[in-house]
Design a protein around this ligand. Structure first.
Ligand code: SF4
Length: 254
């Protein structure tokens, strides 16, 4: 099957393998039920895969049925749901990362999976800025979905990322220059001069805030179990490239 629906090229493909060894500090394997992602985030790290798949189309306008398993096409194809069904009884530690509220459709399955976490990327509460950056669910819908999943007793995570700047230099620099010109010197320091002081200050601020609101502040650790409501564990994920490693010890290489 190959067709264009609402400007999105949809193609069904046979795959040899759906699991890839992950290089992220959380380790394990990643499973991508789709190739391409119609959330079309401007900063997407996965858009580089166009180089390997030969796609000429713009990122966000194709989907071969690295990705958000809950992109809008999941409603039609249900690949993510089928994968979750296969995982029931596997005892696998499952981490679902999404920018969609469609995941609430699968709460019934998630409850059967045991060690499962659903993580939403939310890096702003400003819907206009969000719309400039991606075509995924609104922030309001993501937060409502997070609440619903949490209330169903499933471990939930709010992944505050990317903290801008992040991602593709040129796209983001052009966007900043056009829309937030006052921030150009700051972005120039971070992107072009590799100055980490902005993030170091942000890390100190986050730790202080965690202390003030009586929240644990931990390094690359995501403990299971419920903490008192209103006191989430804050996981410090700054410089995660420093804790990446095959051993996945969770310790930074400082
Ligand atoms: S949701 Fe994730 S995979 Fe999809 S475009 Fe955005 S960053 Fe990329």
């Amino acid at each position: 099957m190959e067709e264009v629906i609402n400007g999105i090229l949809i193609r069904e493909v046979e795959t040899k393998n759906i699991m890839t060894k992950s290089s992220l500090p959380v380790g394990g394997y990643s499973v991508n039920p789709y190739v391409g992602c119609t959330h079309a985030c401007k900063y997407c790290y996965a858009s580089f895969m166009k180089r390997f798949t030969g796609h000429k189309e713009e990122w966000g306008t194709f989907l071969d049925v690295n990705t958000d398993g809950y992109n809008p096409q999941e409603e039609q194809f249900g690949n993510t749901r089928k994968l979750l069904e296969q995982l029931i009884g596997s005892d696998a530690d499952i981490l679902i990362c999404t920018k969609s509220d469609l995941v609430v459709r699968d709460i019934d399955l998630l409850k059967k999976l045991g060690r499962v976490t659903v993580s939403w990327s939310i890096n702003t509460l400003d819907e206009n800025f969000k719309n400039d950056m991606d075509s995924a669910s609104s922030i309001e819908h993501r937060i409502a979905a997070m609440k619903q999943v949490y209330e169903a007793g499933i471990r939930t995570v709010c992944f505050v990322s990317p903290v801008f700047p992040g991602g593709f230099k040129k796209t983001i620099m052009d966007y900043i220059a056009g829309k937030y010109p006052d921030l150009v010197p700051l972005y120039d320091e971070i992107y072009n001069k590799h100055n980490r002081s902005y993030f170091e200050a942000l890390e100190v601020k986050a730790e202080k805030m965690a202390k003030k609101y009586d929240c644990a502040f931990v390094d690359n650790e995501m403990p299971y179990g419920r903490v008192p409501q209103g006191h989430p564990v804050i996981v410090d994920y700054f410089y995660h490239e420093e804790i990446r490693g095959t051993e996945n010890t969770g310790k930074r290489n400082r």
